[in-house]
Design a protein around this ligand. Structure first.
Ligand code: ZN
Length: 328
């Protein structure tokens, strides 16, 4: 090891002799400080160059993450464009096929593309390197979301309309309540006529379907048996059934029955047997007095009644034996 206290000699050109250098502590400290200082400057310089040229491990991770995020955002943008086009196609089908089929007004382009409001909605995304792509993506996402909401509501409307139509179709009392091949004739129509027993002109509130006693009577539409009247005196409707069809205030009455085969509050289907033709109440011969009532007032049943061909009638009755899907 080098001894710093070992005597040192220096050549003096004037005397042409080597002269002993005496050790100076002050000079030693100065030299030491000078040396350390230049070392520090050199080290700092090296570090600076290193930082300029090379990233720290954290920076490397962040830069990589940033690159992946940008690439992913671009992919999301492309997918959002495709989704938007798909939604436009669905909107066209919705307007021109689904909605028009179910008599719904079409939904305008403006409503389907309505903005979500707020002028500075994307302000929090401003001031970054990726601001443009972030705002673009957010706008597309909001647009797609809005279109989806409108589309969902539209489908809800259509489903509600289908259910309403289905209920209306099932409940509307259009079936002639006696089989076509068992009906002798229509004995009396709706309107003013001389009463066969009372002899006075009075309003006949329904139609009289003439058929032998015991001929089955069928419900003209789905509904609930609202009331049953059992009357063995020779007055009024005799034995009768009133069905509430639960659509547009419609009800139907079946009077002068021989037997009643349903009970109050019972759900009935169109074509379901509810009793048999009789001659009870104020009646001169076996027939079914059939009424259609709208919001409490009678109307001419022939306005609504259809008389199917015998085989069609059988099919309609068979249909009621199937327990279909019920929406109510
Ligand atoms: Zn009558």
């Amino acid at each position: 090891m080098k001894n710093i206290f070992k005597p040192k000699y220096k050549f003096n050109p004037e005397t042409l002799q080597y002269e002993k250098i005496t050790f100076s502590f002050k000079r030693f400290i100065l030299r030491a400080i000078q040396f350390s200082f230049s070392s520090i400057i050199f080290g700092a310089g090296l570090m600076f160059v290193y930082i300029l040229v090379y990233d720290s491990p954290e920076e490397k991770i962040l830069k990589r993450e940033n690159r992946i995020l940008k690439e992913t955002l671009k992919e999301i943008n492309i997918k959002l464009d495709n989704t938007d086009k798909l939604l436009d196609d669905i909107a066209k089908r919705d307007n021109y096929i689904y909605r028009s089929t179910f008599q719904q007004d079409s939904i305008s382009y403006d409503i389907r593309n309505a903005g979500t409001g707020g002028t500075n909605r994307y302000k929090h995304l401003e001031g970054y390197e990726s601001t443009d792509v972030l705002i673009e993506t957010s706008k597309k996402l909001d647009k797609v979301e809005q279109k989806l909401k409108v589309q969902e509501n539209s489908f809800r409307d259509i489903i509600a309309e289908i259910r309403k139509n289905e209920k209306f179709y099932k409940n509307f009392p259009f079936l002639q309540p006696i089989r076509t091949n068992e009906l002798t004739r229509i004995g009396s129509f709706y309107g003013y006529r001389p009463h066969p027993i009372l002899g006075v002109v009075h309003m006949h509130q329904g139609i009289d379907l003439v058929a032998p006693t015991g001929t089955p009577v069928y419900a003209s539409g789905d509904g609930i048996v609202k009331s049953i009247e059992r009357n063995n005196t020779r007055s009024g409707y005799g034995n009768s059934v009133l069905i509430d069809h639960q659509v547009n205030g419609f009800a139907s009455r079946y009077a002068h029955l021989h037997t009643i085969e349903v009970r109050e509050g019972q759900k009935v289907k169109r074509g379901q047997r509810i009793g048999t033709v009789g001659n009870t109440g104020l009646s001169t011969s076996p027939h079914l007095h059939y009424e259609i009532i709208i919001n409490g007032a009678t109307t001419n049943p022939l306005r609504f009644m259809i008389t199917p061909e015998p085989d069609e009638y059988e099919q309609l009755i068979k249909l009621t034996e199937h327990k279909g899907v019920s929406f109510d």
